[in-house]
Design a protein around this ligand. Structure first.
Ligand code: 26W
Length: 787
């Protein structure tokens, strides 16, 4: 499509749909019409790709979350239409930049959901037949605002102005049966446009609707609530994304959600397969299913149930399921391991539970045959202690199980899932996570992209990120480094402008941008970052820290609404910010800014403006991290622990070009049993004066009781005394603080030699090739899916 064609199509679309011209269309109308023109344009190609996926072996990615972000820019980029559309809009005095107001599709919490989105993009670009299956939540992740330092949540009605990138497929609706309810799952398909290829993948999101019509009899007799009850009950299932990250609350509605999209997706696969082949005998030759964490694991007994209903024996069905399923583990945090109360599963999903019992029996039989210790069998069984253990069921049935970074997979094999690894060593694989360079470089950082393309002489890197390695030869080229520095400065200016508009905060682009962006969780230790800022503040005040290069510490994070400590940490960061930012003695050196509503679109602006990437989780707790990769790719150095993918980042880019600190996993294993954080407090005056601030009334937590949201005393006690569910300072904040501050100050001093620092940043970019999700997805395709 050229500019003129597009212009013509857009004008008639705007006129037909809304009766407006391009000049006076509202932004959402413009967006809607642009999308429609594109959708019309790709529809034939999309149909052909779908047909191609269905005709050969394909992979289904089942995920409770897909954190897609904004579709429009990415789709135009992948189609090579960005300039065409921008030109067409300019004719009418409009521009693509206006679409910044369009909402993100935030149907995910964090890393796990964004990874799913990156995978779809990579598979589409590389002609790998992978399709996503999930839930079309009416409300995505809540919108966050900061009011008086506290997090406030608001519903995210992301389809308020429609959803022009989706197509409703009524004809593929599936009936879902629970013990007490029947609902309809209606699919909405989103095209996943491959960059520089004809292939278009599919994301199928299921929406819950009533299986029955509106009850006129009830309405007639005056029972207005009763008349809509079945509708409401059904729609509630896909109404809202659970905003929990890393905690399993075990709610019935969540189990219903999990079964809802798992069963709908399995039914869909079987229907299509039967229609094509007339049999399910060869299902496993054509379909492989990747389970994104335990959330869709209920698909396993569901597939077996449906196969039995088709006439297969349990063993026959189990054999097919074994070949079809694979399971990815994304966390070793105990709170996140899903275990459903057996009674609840039996009540909500009686027929599925009957199959789970059979799976459990088969587990016992298999393990007895291996003459395994009986106590051990009970430990590992899919059903035990009155619970259904989803991870265990997944490992027992699946062909392959994988972790998401080298260190994480090692921890699974040697610790968290050691017993399973001993039984099935051939099932365990590592698939280090990745990110798509289309969104996380080409789209969000066109300035750096141009420089890279210019130096390489082509844009091959957009589909082969290892190409960046060839840029290493410029690491000592002053002109190139200066070009890079100028780009970084420009991106810092752009971010500063956005922060001013969005958060009404001033940040100085000449300062170091030190950025920590990720979900708020104790194990990610935003708390440690906050304490280090106070530590440095007092150091500057008492003269023990000299020549400090001015730094703005930027935080972006959402807390689960019910996670009290995480919310207290948000409040604390804002209190420290108010305190530090107001002191004229340090005002030219230190600033703390907490940006509101961190999401994919905000991340696109933050990652390219960072000098420092904060990746400071306690060693052994962050499965991989993917934000670390995004910041690296845009030329930030990592200030981090030996955890998750940080380990591989420094392996690729060199420890000398990054800032690694803190206790390692092996060290923590030695330290923790004896660890007494109070000893540190008694010994170390500088740490004590920081911690004292939490309880001496300097900061206001709103005067809340110590067991409630926002309480700083509770944070203090968690470090010194622990709590009923954990030892004192179980994330080793105080243990690592000295090493952290020293490293942060070393980085701060190094920054003064701007060329030397830019060289480090540059070498990080050059060595980011491994962290493309193209590499990850090809590894899944080759070694798990066998596609
Ligand atoms: C049951 C509630 C619940 C919800 C979400 C439990 C667990 C989760 C996820 C596993 C949390 C998550 O997003 N994990 C992250 O996955 C990323 C992609 O693999 C990793 O990069 C992160 O390290 C990991 O925390």
């Amino acid at each position: 499509m050229n500019t003129n064609d597009f212009r013509g199509a857009l004008e008639s679309e705007l006129s037909r749909s809304f009766g407006v011209t391009a000049e006076n269309a509202a932004v959402w109308q413009l967006h809607d019409s642009i999308s429609r023109v594109v959708m019309e344009n790709i529809s034939e190609q999309w149909k052909q790709s779908t047909e191609q996926h269905m005709s050969g072996r394909r992979a289904m990615y089942l995920s409770m979350e897909f954190l897609m972000g904004r579709a429009v820019y990415n789709n135009l980029l992948c189609l090579g239409l960005t300039e065409v559309v921008d030109e067409a809009l300019k004719v009418h005095g409009r521009s693509l930049a206006e679409l910044e107001d369009i909402e993100d599709a935030a149907l995910g919490n964090g890393g796990l959901g964004r990874l799913a989105a990156c995978f779809l993009d990579s598979a589409a670009a590389h002609d790998i037949p992978l399709d996503g299956y999930g839930i079309r939540y009416k409300y995505g992740l809540f919108k966050q605002s900061i009011v008086d330092g506290f997090q406030h949540e608001e519903a995210d009605n992301w389809t308020k102005y429609g959803d022009p990138w989706s197509v409703r497929r009524e004809e593929d609706a599936v009936e879902i049966t629970y013990g007490d309810q029947k609902v309809l799952a209606v699919p909405y398909d989103m095209p996943i446009i491959g960059y520089g290829t004809k292939n278009i993948g599919n994301l199928r999101l299921w929406q819950a609707e009533s299986a029955e019509d509106f009850d006129f009899a009830a309405f007639d007799s005056g029972d207005y609530d009763g008349a809509v009850k079945s509708q409401n009950d059904a729609e509630n299932i896909s109404k809202v994304l659970y905003p929990n990250d890393n905690t399993d609350k075990g709610k019935v509605l969540r189990l219903k959600q999990e079964y809802f999209f798992s069963a709908a997706s399995v039914t869909d696969a079987l229907r299509k397969h039967k229609a094509r082949f007339g049999t399910l005998d060869n299902l496993a030759d054509y379909v492989t299913i990747q389970l994104n964490d335990t959330h869709p694991v209920i698909a396993i007994p569901e597939l077996i149930r449906q196969l039995i209903a088709e006439g297969y024996t349990f063993d026959g069905a189990f054999g097919i399921a074994h070949k079809v399923f694979n399971y990815t583990n994304h966390t070793i945090m105990a709170e996140a391991l899903e275990k459903w109360d057996s009674k609840v599963v039996e009540k909500v999903l009686p027929e599925v539970y009957a199959v789970i019992l059979q799976i459990n029996e088969k587990f016992y039989a298999d393990m007895y045959a291996r003459r395994m210790d009986k106590a051990q069998i009970r430990e590992m069984a899919p059903i035990g202690d009155g619970k259904v253990k989803m991870a265990f069921m997944a490992i027992f049935v699946s062909s392959y199980v994988n972790g998401v970074a080298a260190i994480h997979t090692e921890i699974l094999k040697n610790d968290a899932l050691k017993e399973w690894y001993e039984i099935y060593p051939e099932r365990f694989q590592n698939k280090t996570n990745g990110i798509t360079q289309r969104r996380w470089l080409a789209l969000c950082n066109p300035e750096l992209s141009s420089l890279i393309t210019k130096l390489l002489g082509n844009a091959d890197w957009v589909k082969d990120l290892d190409e960046l390695k060839k840029l290493e030869k410029y690491a000592d080229d002053e002109n190139v480094l200066k070009e890079f520095m100028a780009i970084k400065e420009a991106k810092k200016h752009q971010l500063a402008e956005f922060v001013k508009v969005h958060d009404d905060k001033d940040i100085d682009p000449d300062w170091i941008f030190d950025i920590q962006i990720k979900r708020l969780h104790e194990y990610k230790r935003q708390f440690l970052n906050a304490l280090s800022i106070l530590y440095i503040y007092f150091g500057i005040k008492d003269g023990s820290i000299k020549d400090f290069t001015p730094t703005v510490f930027i935080f972006g994070a959402k807390s689960a609404p019910g996670y009290r400590r995480a919310k207290a940490i948000i409040k604390l960061i804002n209190e420290i910010g108010d305190f530090v930012n107001a002191d004229p003695e340090t005002a030219d050196k230190l600033k703390v800014v907490f940006v509101q509503n961190y999401n994919v679109s905000y991340a696109e602006k933050l990652v390219c403006a960072a000098d420092v990437s904060e990746q400071i989780s306690t060693a052994g707790t962050e499965a991989s991290g993917t934000g670390n990769m995004k910041l690296m790719l845009n030329g930030a150095v990592t200030l981090g622990t030996y955890d998750g993918a940080n380990v591989e980042i420094v392996e690729e880019a060199g420890e000398e070009n990054n800032y690694i600190f803190g206790a390692r996993v092996e060290e923590l294993a030695e330290i923790m049993p004896e660890y007494d954080p109070r000893e540190i407090l008694f010994k170390d005056e500088k740490i004590k004066r920081v911690l004292d601030k939490l309880i001496d009334g300097t900061f206001s937590d709103g005067g809340v009781p110590s067991d409630q949201e926002g309480s700083f005393r509770e944070l203090y006690k968690a470090l010194t005394d622990g709590a009923s569910w954990h030892v004192p300072d179980h994330y080793y904040v105080l243990g690592d603080i000295n090493s952290y501050v020293e490293t942060k100050l070393r980085l701060n001093a190094d920054y003064k030699d701007s060329l030397a620092f830019a060289r480090k940043c540059w070498l990080n970019i050059c060595n980011a090739g491994k962290f493309s999700s193209d590499r990850t997805i090809k590894d899944y395709a080759e070694n798990i899916w066998k596609i």
